[in-house]
Design a protein around this ligand. Structure first.
Ligand SMILES: Cc1ncc(COP(=O)(O)O)c(C=O)c1O
Length: 354
């Protein structure tokens, strides 16, 4: 590729690679942590009602109604909420808003692989702190001496959870820098750090409607923090794109946040399917870490991770394999419907039996 006209800032940049979205055939898709259940019927109704001639008008740049719905659900004030085009965008804006070149941002070596991309893009210094061998977080290595902390809780792709007591220790040891907690998967069984916001002005929590509210296709994410932190993210957003959320997404987001019974029902189903799947996989000889997310992180002593991923693909099942040190023999498997997970377990059994 000729990069002659590329800005020097991006010539060496390696962008994030999202999981495959196949177009050629129908797969059982357990590779991108999408929710197997549809969004709330109220969401589809809200989108239909919004899809009219008003689309010629710009959407509300402040996402007022959505912020109010999120604030109500989270028990915070609307000026503590920031909304963006998926939590990936919210994360990017937060990295820009809170971290300063020359001041090292720290996050684990095995975590959401978008974090190093943002740091590279924004020319931030960073250090990837190795997780323990069992993928738990060495909390003492996050206690100060850095320019910011990023923690994904539960962590991706391991699914492991950090207790709130440890998040609290990290917040207390880093009073002068921002601690960002990415809770993309927290709704599937982890304790949210949002209740700590009243005690810690250096905490920002980033969430998404892509996973637990089945809205990956609408691109809605949000951050919750002190009004001062939210103002910083707004400052960056309004220097880049004033209208990150379109009218349909704003309407969908409000309906999704308000339909709490549907949210409770679907996330409970996923957690039940996850536990049943973990049990079956353990009986097949897999090591399966306890997960508080909508995926399982698994490895089998009899087969390399990549070989197993390819064998599953041949059988029409997509899972995620990461070509990265320490986790090459592991697969991240999204929790689908009961039927999908039974098909997945049956395929594993057949492959390993052979
Ligand atoms: C840990 C983590 N954070 C954030 C995101 C981004 O989600 P979205 O941009 O769909 O809100 C993902 C998506 O897979 C994720 O795994």
């Amino acid at each position: 590729m000729d990069k002659k006209f590329w800005s020097e800032r991006i010539r060496g940049l390696v962008p994030y690679t999202p999981g495959e979205q196949p177009k050629d055939r129908v797969f059982i898709k357990l590779n991108t942590n999408e929710n197997p259940w549809p969004p709330s019927p109220n969401v589809l109704k809200a989108i239909r009602e919004e899809a009219d001639e008003r689309l010629r008008l710009y959407p509300d740049p402040e996402a007022t109604a959505l912020k109010a719905a999120i604030a109500k659900y989270c028990g915070v004030a609307p000026n503590q909420v920031f909304c963006g085009n998926g939590s990936d965008e919210v994360l990017g804006l937060c990295f820009y808003a809170f971290f300063t070149p020359g001041h090292k941002v720290v996050f684990p070596d095995i975590t959401y692989s978008f974090y190093p991309v943002y740091t590279e893009l924004f020319h931030l210094d960073y250090e990837e702190i190795p997780l323990n061998d069992d993928f738990t977080l060495p909390v003492e290595k996050f206690l100060g001496g850095n320019g910011g902390v990023v923690i994904c809780n539960p962590n991706a792709p391991t699914g492991r959870t950090l207790p709130l007591s440890d998040i609290r220790r990290i917040l207390e040891a880093n009073p002068d820098v921002v601690v960002l907690v990415d809770e993309a998967y927290a709704d599937f069984g982890a304790e949210s750090a949002i209740p700590l916001l009243s005690e810690y002005p250096n905490l920002i929590v980033v969430c998404t409607l892509s996973k637990s509210r089945s809205l990956a296709g609408m691109r809605i994410g949000f951050a919750v923090g002190s009004p001062d932190l939210v103002a910083a993210v707004n400052c960056v957003k309004n220097s880049f794109n004033s209208y990150p959320l379109d009218r349909l997404a704003l309407a969908a987001g409000v309906a999704a946040m308000e339909d709490v019974p549907y949210f409770e029902k679907t996330r409970a189903r996923i957690m039940a399917t996850r536990e049943a799947t973990a049990k079956t996989l353990r009986s097949l000889g897999f090591t399966v870490h306890d997960s508080s997310s909508n995926f399982l992180f698994i490895t089998h002593p009899a087969m390399e991770g990549h070989a197993l991923q390819l064998a599953l693909r041949e059988r029409g099942i997509l899972v995620r394999w990461f070509d990265r040190p320490r986790i090459r023999d592991w697969l991240r498997v999204t929790i689908g419907t009961d039927d999908e997970m039974e098909a997945f377990c049956a395929a594993c059994k057949e492959i390993l039996g052979g």
